[in-house]
Design a protein around this ligand. Structure first.
Ligand SMILES: Cc1ncc(COP(=O)(O)O)c(C=O)c1O
Length: 418
């Protein structure tokens, strides 16, 4: 028996609206999207009605290795024969093994790991550690950045998601991303941490200016603040190296990884931190726990993800596909000068910056007609995020580029009358 399509589409949508989210269902009805995530395999997802899309959203990197990657599925099946989540209070062979692997893949002295379930939780842990370590309250983040919807992560994000939930925890402030002078201005002896995504996706795949992170590192050192880098989207090969921040040659004090670590199969996240910060957790070993964080079954999915990532040729493949897109983007820019203002790219972390804030949503809609799942950046809707699975092959990349060409033409036409 298949689990997919046990009910007709209209019944599923009605049930979803009644019991999961009437607001989301209304939104999709209004914009004319009735896509129901059905079959999935490799770079493809299918609607329940059969339409096939190449997934260029990848849930922000969850599906770096494609959907239902057979190796991750096999590892998980095997783990499920012998293991379960384990006990989060006790010593764990499997968490220890995964932590050692993550430490080995991380730069500098990032040798310690706290596991979690979601990215927001992993960011919360990073901020807790920064405050615990420094004894200071101040947390500085980027205007328009995104770190999740849980406690401290929410406070570090855009007020449009947090305003209804005020009062928020105090001590949070924001600066424009990429502006070192503004960061310097806002730092002081109360600054516990600076937290940035390596490339803020929700802000529109904002590529940092040359030397930015070196400057952030220097400022953190100068003020004794902790440098937290959110690699939830940019990590695990997305930017062409293991971590996006590696491509800038900078070592943070805390690095947060999530989405892709699960292989899209089992939720697991990690807050990886420098040995230097360890005394805080050493003295307070039970001050932060998470029942499902670092589930032993999930550790095996993650270990397989890391095996694949470290295999010879994997990151080279990302580089090759990035070159295919770079070349294709050049052609798209020449062909659509009126609408395509800028292409943004670091490896396969890519964005198309267009002429107006309505363009991103129009591109998303056009994508459904042209076989591409792409989502616009929520804090800059003029940008379409293009994050295909890292396992995409050249022929599929060309298919994406052809579809983007047709989608841009459609959006161009729609914009003519505006
Ligand atoms: C950069 C970044 N950080 C943190 C998060 C939060 O992750 P989660 O949704 O797993 O809580 C996200 C989610 O999209 C993200 O993109």
């Amino acid at each position: 028996m298949t689990l997919i399509g046990q009910d007709p589409k209209d019944k599923i949508i009605e049930r979803f609206a009644r019991h999961v989210s009437s607001g989301k269902a209304n939104f999709f009805a209004q914009v004319g999207i009735d896509f129901v995530f059905a079959r999935r395999e490799g770079v493809y997802v299918w609607d329940l009605d059969g339409a096939r899309l190449i997934n260029c959203h990848s849930n922000g990197g969850v599906f770096n290795l494609g959907h239902c990657n057979p190796r991750v599925v096999a590892a998980l099946k095997q783990a499920m024969e012998e293991l379960d989540i384990g006990n989060h209070h006790l010593i764990s062979e499997h968490r220890a093994r995964l932590a050692e692997r993550l430490a080995g893949l991380s730069p500098g002295d990032l040798n310690r790991v706290v596991f979690g379930v979601g990215g927001g939780e992993a960011v919360d842990t990073a901020i807790k550690l920064a405050r615990g370590h420094t004894g200071r309250p101040g947390i500085i983040s980027a205007i328009g950045g995104y770190h999740g919807h849980s406690g401290f992560a929410l406070a570090a994000g855009d007020p449009k998601y947090s305003a209804p939930f005020e009062p928020l925890p105090p001590g949070f402030s924001r600066v424009p991303f990429g502006d070192l002078a503004a960061l310097k201005e806002s730092m002081g002896e109360n600054t516990a941490a600076v937290i940035f995504e390596t490339i803020p996706a929700t802000l529109g795949i904002a590529i940092p200016p040359e030397g930015y992170f070196t400057g952030v590192r220097e400022l953190c050192d100068r003020y004794g603040a902790v440098m937290i880098i959110d690699e939830v989207q940019t990590g695990l090969g997305r930017c062409g190296e293991v971590w996006g921040i590696d491509t800038y040659g900078v070592v943070p004090d805390i690095l947060v990884t999530a989405k892709g670590l699960s292989g899209g199969m089992y939720p697991i996240t990690a807050t990886i931190y420098d040995d230097r910060l360890n005394p805080f957790f050493d003295e307070n070993p039970f001050i932060h726990v998470s029942t499902f964080g670092g589930s032993e079954v999930g550790c095996y999915a993650a270990l397989e993800v890391l095996d694949i990532l470290e295999e010879k040729g994997f990151l080279e493949h990302v580089g090759e596909m990035a070159a295919v897109f770079r070349e294709g983007f050049r052609g798209l820019k020449e062909k659509h000068p009126a609408i395509l203002e800028e292409t943004r790219q670091r490896g396969l972390m890519m964005g198309l910056k267009m002429a107006s804030e309505v363009c991103g949503p129009l591109m998303t809609l056009a994508g459904f007609r042209h076989g591409i799942l792409t989502i616009y950046a929520n804090n800059d809707t003029s940008v379409s995020q293009i994050l295909p699975p890292l396992i995409i092959e050249e022929e599929q990349a060309q298919e994406v580029l052809e579809a983007l060409d047709a989608m841009l033409s459609e959006v161009e036409k729609a914009m003519e009358g505006v």
